[in-house]
Design a protein around this ligand. Structure first.
Ligand SMILES: Cc1ncc(COP(=O)(O)O)c(C=O)c1O
Length: 382
């Protein structure tokens, strides 16, 4: 038998999202664990895809992406953040946010580099960094408010720091960065050669009239940032796995050197369909309102129970503390909820490398109201 080489990612197993979804399926539980909508995409978008497939747009797209889509993205960014990216040389269509993140990290990180991340952290930042020989330095944001102590972040910076990875709005904490946070970041990176990877896949899901502050609004950040977005989150089509990376020309040139040997290019007819669909801004500007109604349904359904609702400023995830209900670790509590109460959630400890347990679980509210009502009925019995 051929001996396998040592694993490059020995700590990594199946993601918690897949584990909880499998447990949900085995137990016929309502799945509020994985972050995907259970409602259909807009039929107009589906018809556009159908149209372009039937019209014969079924061969390779150009490596950087279809021009009409890149133009619409440039317009969207300019209208939302007053920042200019050249569609041809500064925007690259990727196979979801995940591939944009992977490619940006692969573009930058070499052996011995340090990468700063903020926990609770989305799961792909750390393994991807390690795959390319980088070391992860962590700042821990903790319950109940998940705020950032920038003096502590400064202490993590060294002459080896290559990259800071942000996730704003944050999955799983539902936290958004404010003006002070962004200014603190500017003061940390100004005059250094530190790059930024800003994962903003939930940028259009921000609540209570608050503003999403993109790194591209700040010239000192924009010039060093890879800005990542996802159409899966924007148009309720997570299975299509299309996103993009916006970055200044010199960064995009390097990014595309990796991208072309990674996926080369992305699904042609869907890019064309997105380009047409994006022409109507309402198709994405209504998202905050749409999801705020679902967030409020979930929050009002849980008020008066022993679950403690943490703030949810953005994303489609609600974090809840359950220590008045159980003293079990979050992984055991999430297991019990799925098996005995038929609601699958995600334990927060999985978003911390040291599995910090603060008795918090994450509930996804990107679901039909009916699905949410059923889950709430079960949760209210606890
Ligand atoms: C914070 C964050 N970044 C990136 C992604 C990946 O996006 P995509 O599905 O487009 O690859 C997700 C998906 O859940 C996410 O929550």
């Amino acid at each position: 038998m051929i001996q396998l080489p040592l694993s490059k990612l020995s700590k990594v197993g199946t993601t918690i999202f897949s584990q909880m979804t499998q447990l949900a399926n085995e137990n016929q539980a309502i799945n509020l664990s994985q972050g995907f909508p259970d409602f259909p995409a807009d039929p107009q978008l589906l018809n556009l895809v159908d149209h372009y497939i039937k019209k014969g747009f079924n061969q390779y797209a150009p490596m950087g992406g279809m021009m009409p889509l890149k133009e619409e993205i440039a317009k969207k960014i300019e209208n939302s953040h007053q920042a200019v990216y050249h569609p041809d040389t500064e925007i690259t269509i990727t196979s979801g946010g995940t591939q944009a993140i992977f490619t940006a990290i692969a573009t930058l990180v070499k052996d011995g580099d340090e990468v700063i991340i903020f926990e609770p952290a989305y799961d792909c930042y750390e393994p991807t960094t390690e795959l390319f020989g980088g070391t992860v330095k962590r700042f821990k944001m903790t319950a109940p408010d998940y705020s950032i102590d920038w003096n502590e972040v400064k202490k993590l910076v060294s002459d080896k720091t290559k990259l800071i990875i942000l996730n704003n709005p944050n999955n799983p904490a539902g936290k958004i960065l404010n003006e002070k946070d962004l200014q603190e970041l500017v003061s940390i990176v100004k005059g250094t050669s530190i790059f930024i990877l800003s994962d903003e896949v939930y940028e259009n899901i921000v609540f209570d009239g608050k503003q999403h502050l993109s790194v591209c609004k700040y010239p000192e950040l924009k010039e060093r940032s890879f800005l990542v977005a996802s159409f899966g989150k924007l148009f309720h089509v997570t299975g299509w796995k299309i996103g993009y990376c916006a970055a200044p020309k010199n960064l995009t040139e390097e990014f595309r050197k990796v991208h072309q040997f990674n996926v080369f290019s992305v699904n042609t007819p869907i890019q064309l369909a997105f380009a047409d669909y994006m022409k109507n801004e309402e198709n994405y500007l209504h998202l905050s309102q749409f999801f705020q109604q679902k967030r409020d349904l979930m929050r009002s359904g849980l008020s008066g129970t022993s679950f403690e609702l943490l703030d949810c400023e953005g994303t489609y995830f609600q974090a809840v503390k359950y220590d008045k209900i159980s003293d079990k670790k979050d992984i055991d509590f999430a297991h019990e909820l799925t098996v005995n109460h038929k609601v699958a959630t995600v334990p927060f400890s999985y978003f911390y490398e040291d599995r910090l347990n603060e008795n918090v679980i994450r509930l996804c509210f990107a679901k039909e109201d009916e699905t949410l009502e059923k889950a709430l009925e079960n949760l209210r019995k606890l």
